[in-house]
Ligand binder design. Structure first.
Ligand code: S3P
Length: 178
C-alpha cells in the first residue's frame, strides 16, 4: 500500500500542496478544502501575518536566508486541525528537512506543470514574487527551467505527483480517496 492511500479514521488528515510558483496551489487548495469540508491554510499568508509584512517586503528587508528560516518555522510551528488542505510556498519543500517533515505529517501532492506554462502564468504577477523579479520573456522560461530542474529532486518525493494542466479539485479528491 503506498503512503498516498493512507486514510485516517477521522478523515484524510493533512494534505500539503506543493509545486512551483504559479502552479495553482492556493486556488486548487481552496476548492479542494471546500469540497472535502476541511480547513484551508496557506503558509505564505500565515507567514505574512506573522511577519506583519508581505513576502516581497520581507525579502527586501531581511533577505532570502532569513525568509527560508522563518518559512520552515511557520511550517513546523503552525497548529493544524486534524484535517486540512495546506498550500505551501514554491521553495518550501527544497530547504532544510521541510519535505521530510511534510511527508511524516500528512500527504504531499506535487502539482506539476511545464516551465513554459508556468512562465505564461507568472509573467503578469512577477512583482509579488521576489525570486523572479529580474527575469522576463525567454529569460523567465530559462530561469524557471533551471530552478525547476533543481527543485524537482524535492517535489518528486511527494506521495502523489499529478499533472497540473486542467487539474480540478474533483480530480484530486478522487486520487486521494481511491
Ligand atoms: C517562492 C514562492 C512563493 C513565496 C516566495 C518564494 C519560491 O510562494 O513563498 O515568494 O521560492 O518559489 P508561491 O509558490 O505561493 O508563489
Amino acid at each position: 500500500m503506498s503512503d498516498s492511500k493512507i486514510v485516517h479514521a477521522e478523515g484524510l488528515g493533512l494534505i500539503f500542496l506543493i509545486g512551483f510558483m504559479g502552479s495553482g496551489k492556493t486556488t486548487l487548495g481552496r476548492k479542494l478544502a471546500s469540497r472535502l469540508g476541511y480547513a484551508f491554510m496557506d503558509l505564505d499568508h500565515i507567514l505574512e501575518a506573522q511577519a506583519g509584512m508581505t513576502i516581497a517586503e520581507y525579502f527586501t528587508q531581511f533577505g532570502e536566508e532569513a525568509f527560508r528560516k522563518l518559512e520552515s518555522e511557520v511550517l513546523k510551528q503552525t497548529r493544524y486541525p486534524v484535517n486540512a488542505v495546506v498550500s505551501t510556498g514554491g521553495g518550501l519543500p527544497c530547504f532544510f528537512d521541510n519535505m521530510q517533515w511534510m511527508k511524516s505529517h500528512g500527504q504531499t501532492i506535487y502539482i506539476k506543470l511545464s516551465p513554459k506554462t508556468l512562465a505564461g502564468r507568472l509573467e503578469k504577477e512577477k512583482d509579488k514574487r521576489p525570486v523572479l523579479r529580474e527575469h522576463q520573456g525567454n529569460d523567465l522560461v530559462a530561469f524557471i527551467e533551471g530552478k525547476l530542474a533543481e527543485r524537482e529532486a524535492f517535489y518528486n518525493q511527494a506521495s502523489i505527483v499529478t499533472d497540473g494542466l486542467n487539474l480540478t479539485a474533483e480530480k484530486v479528491e478522487k486520487i486521494l480517496k481511491y
